[in-house]
Write a protein that binds this ligand. Structure first.
Ligand SMILES: [Zn+2]
Length: 685
């Protein structure tokens, strides 16, 4: 059970295992005299800015940079992650070499976790025995009803099988915490992977079935048994996939909001009595819940008796082993990497072990790791400077709302109320989670992961019936990302994103406003994108628009959908304009608001060139610089299906092609490839 279901981030939200991105590189010293914040060495000045601004700004970098073999994408976000992770690695090594940390302290837990993860000898020796109690429970299932006993036991330890629960504010009454269930149960990234008919999809399904087979063989089955069982596991997953939503459908918060009493929904799922299930989950005093996709749980209920018990046991066995593979012996870890890393994402080499372990610690006891990071790596002055930027952006956003030619005064008043009630979180939480009930040990990595998940489970369970804690963070301070959370109407910027190329004390305003300014504007605009705009200032999912304004807004967002639908990756595959709509609106608004705020600064009003570029040109070059990046072909194809963010090249180009000041700064003319006639430009915020 986790924290938030809708968190709108600037960049792809990574799972803990994928979070860490590091490749050995020199330290970045932006205070060095010859350091250039906009470096012509990265650009391709032979490209006409109006034809392809991404190439113009990043061409040399794109040609000379290779994606590191242990990564599937590489760009500004990844380079900064690289530097941040190196700082975290130093912490981990330091804290692990000290020996006098008291039990239960952050130093003790982090060091023990790290040592347990690095001790491959012990991990290999344990093999699957590291999770023997969990596997024994699965083997012991004798009746269909016992399936749910084991599913709930696994859920409490963070192993997600067919139930995907979370505990968080009720979207339509955010002062109350409610139990919620989303769809789950699939080993492939999304429904499309089960339904697509193209050659690539067929290949991926075959590779997945082989992966299931290999995992079952590693658990001790013969090849023939494993192959037969893999077919049964895949058949069950396919039934769950049929009842699942596509990623685009899940962007509709009204459709995802379905409140049921436990008794009423139990009637629709004859094999799942939700009161009994809540008892097994240790949830007390709750008579209602939210179910994002009722059909999914109807399908689970149906399959509890329609699918043979033996198949269910294989399904649970496989999913438990697959979920735990990154923390088990080499043979399991390698299988997981071969399939999820190589086959699905095009990653050539395994990420270094210390980096994977770091990602796991970050995803398990991130608050404790984050405290250590902040103590050593965060300048308090950055928080002040950042708050100043955020406040400037907020004023600029307000100015733009007041000037909108398409919105009525009544809706504008509501929009201003929402804008002015943003909660701002910068750097790190005011209060840290209390981990005194959790002791991490040095001797069983996999059980540490399960223990930390169980702690997290209890932590969220304890929120039920209490007032909502609005001080909580959904990202750790050492995360290079940012997010908007509609239920709290908050914008959040972890410490680690407050670094170059997003932000630097020594950089000119053009660089900072085009970088972190645009990220701030992006997060603010999420409050007003096609999803965020459905939430009111108080965080509730409640319409605050006049019907005419809402209609006009929808018309304007459709222009953005159409524009992005026409963009392609790998020359043939189209961006999904519906799936990426919220992010594209946020990018478009973020750029405009950051520019508006930049124009209020001294540099914004001057024409003094730095390194040959005017202030406005530097602002747009900084913008293109933060979206700089490339990905493997396989990763690109995967992200097109599941990532609500457009590929970096289109994030850079799309908004600019709609933005008049960019046309002026680089003298874009009809005939230039990025040129759009004025009546075809998207302008919302
Ligand atoms: Zn975003």
């Amino acid at each position: 059970m986790k924290f938030q279901k809708i968190v709108l981030a600037t960049y792809l939200m990574c799972g803990s295992a994928m979070l860490s991105q590091l490749h050995a590189q020199g330290e970045l010293n932006t205070s060095a005299k010859d350091f250039k914040f906009i470096d012509p060495k990265n650009m391709d000045l032979s490209v006409k800015p109006g034809d392809n601004f991404f190439e113009y700004a990043n061409g040399a970098w794109l040609r000379t940079t290779e994606i590191p073999g242990d990564k599937t994408r590489w760009g500004s976000f990844d380079e900064l992650r690289d530097r941040t992770n190196k700082a975290v690695q130093k912490l981990l090594v330091d804290v692990s070499s000290g020996s006098n940390a008291a039990k239960g302290t952050k130093e003790y837990n982090v060091a023990s976790f790290y040592k347990s993860g690095m001790n491959t000898e012990a991990i290999n020796k344990l093999g699957v025995n590291a999770i023997k109690p969990e596997l024994d429970a699965i083997k012991g299932i004798k009746t269909p009803q016992q399936i749910l006993d084991v599913v709930t036991m696994l859920t409490k330890k963070g192993i997600q099988t067919v139930m995907n629960g979370y505990i968080g504010p009720d979207d339509k009454d955010v002062t109350k915490i409610i139990v919620q269930f989303g769809q789950g149960g699939l080993g492939l990234p999304s429904k499309d992977y089960y339904t697509d008919k193209d050659e690539n999809a067929v290949k991926n399904r075959a590779a997945y079935t082989k992966y299931i087979t290999d995992i079952l063989i590693a658990s001790g089955q013969t090849a023939a048994e494993a192959a037969k069982n893999a077919t049964a596991v895949f058949a069950l997953e396919s039934k769950l996939a049929t009842a699942s939503y596509f990623p685009t459908e899940m962007r509709d918060p009204q459709k995802m909001y379905n409140k049921f009493s436990l008794a009423a929904f139990s009637k629709q799922t004859p094999n799942i009595n939700w009161s009994t299930l809540f008892g097994k989950l240790g949830i007390k005093g709750q008579s209602e819940m939210l179910i994002s996709n009722p059909n999914y749980y109807k399908a689970v209920s149906k399959e509890i008796t329609a699918t043979p018990l033996a198949s269910w046991k294989q399904y649970l066995l496989f999913h438990t082993l697959s979920h735990m593979s990154p923390y088990l012996s080499d043979n399991f870890e390698n299988l997981s990497f071969e399939f999820y890393g190589k086959t699905l994402s095009g990653q050539k080499m395994q990420t270094p072990r210390w980096e994977r372990v770091m990602g796991v610690i970050n995803g398990s006891i991130g608050d404790q790791l984050g405290q250590l990071y902040v103590d050593k790596n965060f300048q308090p002055e950055a928080k002040e400077k950042m708050l100043e930027l955020v406040n400037n952006l907020q004023v600029a956003f307000g100015d733009r709302i007041k000037q909108l030619d398409w919105m009525s005064a009544a809706t504008k008043t509501k929009a201003m109320t929402k804008l002015n009630s943003f909660m701002k979180k910068i750097g790190y939480p005011d209060k840290w989670k209390d981990y005194s009930a959790l002791t991490i040990t040095e001797n069983n990595y996999a059980q540490n992961v399960l223990k930390a998940s169980a702690f997290e489970y209890d932590y969220y369970l304890s929120k039920l019936g209490k007032p909502v804690d609005r001080t909580e963070w959904g990202m750790t301070p050492n995360t290079v990302n940012a997010y908007y959370n509609p239920a709290f109407n908050e914008i959040v910027f972890p410490a680690a994103i407050l670094q170059f190329p997003f932000f630097d004390f020594n950089a000119d305003d053009a660089v900072n406003y085009g970088g972190i300014g645009a990220v701030i504007g992006h997060e603010m605009t999420h409050g007003f994108d096609d999803q965020g705009a459905q939430y009111a200032a108080d965080g509730n999912l409640k319409n605050w628009w006049t019907p005419e304004d809402e209609k006009k807004f929808k018309g304007k967002t459709q222009v953005v959908v159409n524009q992005f639908n026409s963009y392609k990756v790998l020359d043939t595959v189209a961006v999904n304009g519906e799936l990426t709509l919220g992010e594209n609106i946020a990018d478009l608004g973020g750029l405009a608001v950051a520019y508006e705020a930049f124009k209020k600064t001294k540099q914004g009003q001057s024409s003094e060139k730095i390194d040959g570029f005017s202030p406005d040109q530097r602002f747009f070059l900084s913008w293109a610089q933060i979206w700089r990046g490339k990905a493997t072909d396989k990763r690109t194809l995967q992200l097109i299906k599941i990532d609500p963010h457009s590929p970096g090249v289109w994030r850079a180009i799309g908004p600019l092609s709609n933005f008049e000041p960019f046309y002026k700064a680089f003298n874009i003319q009809p005939g230039d490839k990025m040129y759009r006639p004025e009546n075809e430009r998207a302008k919302i915020w």
